[in-house]
Ligand binder design. Structure first.
Ligand code: SF4
Ligand code: SF4
Length: 476
């Protein structure tokens, strides 16, 4: 049996890093015609994507106690997480939640690379598991798509492209509606859909803008969203280290690469890569994973499936491309829990603890009490002193809260101005003014600490500490 291995491996250079994989030497966009992957990972991702789509399209319909489960009303600075309303006054909790999320992302990325991008990112799921599959269905696999692109404009080409773009826009329109539902809530979205459009010009404009953006992303911009726009993708270079888990080509096993020839015998060459290019053909970002870690790689695992199929066919063990760290490929080390990861974990634990405490101790009614500025104190009759206070309350519940006040320490009384209680409307704010009146005999110093209890009926819902100002010496 003759030795007919064609070794094509040229010395690996870093030239491929001079530009992104979807741009040619002249700076023009290279359209990626990715072949449809087949294999274990693609099947699992397909299954999971159905789960994600059910979640994405289902969550806006779920309510807890009359409120959406999640709402991200950025224009009104009103957020609902797990049915709990967060107001601008709760912004530190929301901010801390974001910080926790970022810590989680950092830790997760340091350990598991772009696992999120490949498996859970909405952009990857919508692009690869919805729009690209529809494209395969309408235009055929990548080979057919290339041929159609080169073909002259005839009836068949016009028909197929028209169907594709109509379906893409229709889907983008549906996604835009649900996206808006996460901002304004499903009930408000239903009003936009069912009521005269003249009453919802703003909402309809938002839907049209979102539809246009989604259509542009999935029909034209595609993988560029991950490569050029996504900040998480840009952060990879600082978050990953040589122990991070990535989709990696085992160059120790694969090189020197070379085409498999007829009559090849074992031992004819040492590398398992037969340079079939299948891993490149399925890559949705148009890169060759054999060049090493690249920022364009979204960890979609398509190249793992493609290469495993080839390894099956040529009778070699799977895993020439697999999840591994750079160190594990180089030295056979397993994934390590590094000092950096330990530090991130500690920080994450601290932030999660603070966040949990803030969430558990968060009140349904927030009250701020301040002495009325510019007024020191007033004499009430011959034996008492009064201070005037302003109260502002935020009600985060779905019921109106009639607030009454009690002095919790010392002797004295409270007299509200104009009404006997302060009504705080549901999911709204209330305010009022009241006097605290203390007998002169209770005032020993210029500033006396007092504690005010706020009650809804008999139920105490909050308390507030403040100061009561009196004359310097009154009790003699
Ligand atoms: S699919 Fe596997 S064998 Fe084929 S070129 Fe890629 S790494 Fe080499
Ligand atoms: S290199 Fe592999 S894992 Fe990375 S984007 Fe391309 S196909 Fe997906």
């Amino acid at each position: 049996m003759s030795e007919e291995i064609e070794h094509l491996n040229e010395p690996l250079t870093e030239a491929f890093r001079d530009r992104i994989g979807t741009v040619d030497e002249k700076g023009n966009r290279k359209w990626v015609y990715a072949y449809k992957p087949k294999g274990k990972f693609y099947s699992i991702r397909t299954f999971l994507s159905i789960f994600y789509f059910v979640i994405f399209f289902g969550l806006p319909f779920i309510e807890i106690g009359g409120r959406p489960l999640f709402l991200f009303n950025v224009p009104e600075a009103r957020f609902i997480l797990f049915g709990k309303v967060f107001w601008p006054q709760d912004f530190f909790i929301f901010g801390l939640t974001m910080v926790t999320f970022i810590f989680f992302i950092i830790l997760f990325t340091a350990a598991f690379g772009r696992l999120f991008c490949g498996w859970a990112c909405p952009q990857t799921n919508f692009m690869e598991m919805m729009f690209r599959k529809i494209e395969f269905w309408i235009l055929g696999d990548a080979g057919a798509q290339k041929q159609l692109a080169k073909a002259p404009w005839n009836g068949n080409k016009i028909f197929k492209y028209s169907v594709k773009h109509i379906v893409f826009y229709a889907l983008s329109f549906v996604i835009a509606n649900f996206f808006l539902a996460y901002i304004i809530g499903m009930k408000n979205l239903e009003k936009i859909i069912t009521e005269p459009f003249t009453e919802h010009i703003g909402g309809l404009s938002a839907i049209m803008v979102f539809s246009g953006v989604f259509y542009a992303v999935y029909a034209f911009f595609r993988e560029q969203a991950c490569i050029v726009v996504c900040p998480y993708g840009r952060l990879q270079s600082v978050l990953l280290d040589r122990n991070s888990m990535i989709v990696a080509y085992d160059y120790k096993r694969g090189e020197p690469r070379g085409h498999l020839k007829k009559n090849q015998e074992d031992g004819d060459h040492t590398g398992d890569c037969i340079d079939c290019n299948q891993c490149v053909r399925v890559c949705p970002t148009g890169i060759d994973i054999r060049n090493g870690v690249q920022m364009e790689c979204v960890g979609c695992t398509a190249c793992i499936d493609a290469c495993d199929n080839i390894m099956d066919k040529i009778g070699k063990p799977k895993g020439l491309i697999r999840y591994a760290s750079e160190n594990s490929i180089e030295s056979g080390e397993s994934l390590k829990y590094t000092v950096r990861m330990k530090m991130y974990t500690l920080l994450l634990f601290v932030v999660v603890s603070i966040l949990s405490f803030l969430l558990l101790t968060r009140k349904d009614v927030d009250v701020t009490i301040m002495r009325t500025p510019g007024i020191m104190y007033q004499e009430m009759g011959t034996d008492s002193i009064a201070n005037l206070y302003n109260l502002k309350a935020i009600n985060k519940t779905l019921q109106d809260v009639p607030l009454t006040l009690k002095l919790e320490n010392g002797i004295g009384r409270i007299q509200t101005v104009g009404f006997s209680y302060i009504n705080v409307v549901k999911e709204g704010q209330g305010s009022g003014s009241f006097f605290v009146i203390l007998p002169k005999t209770a005032i020993k110093e210029r500033s006396t600490h007092i504690v005010l209890g706020l009650y809804q009926g008999d139920k105490k819902i909050a308390s507030a500490k403040t100061n009561f100002l009196g004359p310097i010496k009154v009790s003699d």
